[in-house]
Design a binder for this molecule. Structure first.
Ligand SMILES: Nc1ncnc2c1ncn2[C@@H]1O[C@H](COP(=O)(O)OP(=O)(O)O)[C@@H](O)[C@H]1O
Ligand SMILES: [Mg+2]
Length: 381
């Protein structure tokens, strides 16, 4: 009966006597070890089962002599061909009638399959970790590329604004130069007639002086526009900025024949980057012009301090087409445009809002279809 039971087990079963000699083994033991039953019976168990640290035999014996049941001891089974098979060993004492130790029943389970499963699982986890890592890297690089694209779009938008302004400055310079040319013509004419030009020169010299100052100032402005430099922040006079931007847009032919009304508190200064504010104003004013189209219309620019005097509120209002209600939240999205491709980029408002927000302010819109639109933003003083 006992033999039948151990024979039926898939695990290797070895019964050893107190000397460690194998007295009984099952077929599974011969299959795993590669020894025949006869061969097994002449082998001491310490040759068959070893563990990495202490000899298994001593451990097994000591533990079992103390009456312990040995549970799942990880060790190696050395086969006939010398291969080491990882096994999990359990052992229980076989006791004599008087209680003394007669032998030990060792059951060794081949754990290669289990280990393989574990190894497979580990490999799987590693593969997954690597895949996740790769995904994260890819995501980071995509985000980086997006950041770069965004940065270059902002730059492009800024260049477009600066280009518009530069065109305006060029126009102003030409106007100024015409004053000079006219004055010089007049003097030349008088000289040709042999007239005394003293009186004439006295009348135009003031103009020529102003022409020089203007050319110098505008030259400087062009240089600034060409090379905006880092976002230099300084207190600037809003009145002057609005006046310049309107003059330059007018010069660049962007205002058609539209009337621009301004209502700006005196001496209102904001501490911001000049080019940035110009960018906001150019975007809002050009949008207003587009919204008015070919009709007559008015653009009103108002700037007032807030009641606590800590900030200023600017508004650009037009009498244009207005914005449909379902588009009011879309117009601040990058690339949202209702204009033909060669006119609209859909970047003006998102960029303007971003600039305002970078100064801790807000850019808002109120609009009525067919009546007009007002954009309002605030800046720190
Ligand atoms: N003052 C305005 N009146 C009516 N619609 C406007 C006004 N300003 C902006 N919009 C709408 O918002 C859209 C987005 O504006 P914007 O971001 O400046 O891009 P773009 O001017 O290149 O189209 C415009 O295409 C237009 O439909
Ligand atoms: Mg625009």
């Amino acid at each position: 009966m006992f033999e039948n039971v151990i024979e039926a087990m898939v695990d290797a079963v070895l019964v050893v006597d107190v000397e460690g000699r194998i007295t009984l083994a099952n077929t599974a033991a011969t299959r795993i070890t590669g020894y025949s039953l006869d061969e097994l019976q002449s082998i001491v168990v310490s040759k068959l089962l070893i563990d990495d640290s202490s000899g298994l035999r001593t451990v097994v014996r000591r533990r079992i002599e103390e009456g312990d049941v040995l549970r799942r001891e990880e060790s190696w089974l050395v086969t006939k061909s010398g291969e080491r098979v990882p096994v999990s060993v359990t052992g229980s004492p076989v006791l004599k009638v008087d209680g003394g130790l007669e032998g030990i029943v060792l059951v060794a389970r081949d754990v290669r399959e289990l280990r393989q499963l574990l190894a497979d699982k580990e490999a799987e986890i590693k593969r997954r970790t690597l895949a996740e890592e790769a995904l994260r890297t890819a995501k980071n690089s995509i985000e980086e590329q997006l950041d770069q694209t965004r940065a270059s779009l902002l730059l492009a938008e800024r260049r477009a604004t600066l280009g518009t302004l530069a065109g305006g400055v060029g126009h102003e310079l030409r106007n100024i130069a015409q004053i000079q040319v006219a004055a010089v013509d007049e003097i030349n004419g008088a000289l040709a007639e042999g007239e005394d030009v003293t009186a004439l020169i006295k009348t135009v010299i003031g103009d020529l002086e102003r022409v020089g100052e203007h050319i110098s100032a505008h030259g400087q402005r062009l240089m600034q526009l060409a090379r905006p430099g880092p976002d230099h922040v300084a207190p600037i006079d809003l009145h002057a900025i609005v006046r310049d931007v309107v003059a330059m847009l007018r010069g660049a032919g962007k205002l058609r024949r539209l009337e621009i009304l301004t209502s700006i508190g005196d001496g209102l200064q904001v501490t911001v980057n000049r080019t940035r504010i110009e960018q906001i104003l150019v975007n809002l004013i050009v949008n207003a012009v587009d919204a008015i189209g070919d009709q007559p219309g008015t653009i009103t620019i108002e700037i007032q301090p807030t009641p606590d005097a800590k900030r200023v509120v600017c508004s650009v209002a037009d009498t244009g087409s207005g914005i449909p209600e379902d588009q009011l939240d879309k117009i601040f999205q990058p690339f949202f445009t209702t204009k033909p491709e060669d006119r609209g980029t859909g970047l003006g408002l998102p960029v303007a809002r971003e600039i305002v927000q970078s100064y801790g302010g807000n850019l808002q819109v109120a609009s009525k279809l067919g009546t007009g639109t007002t954009f309002t933003f605030d800046l720190p003083r």
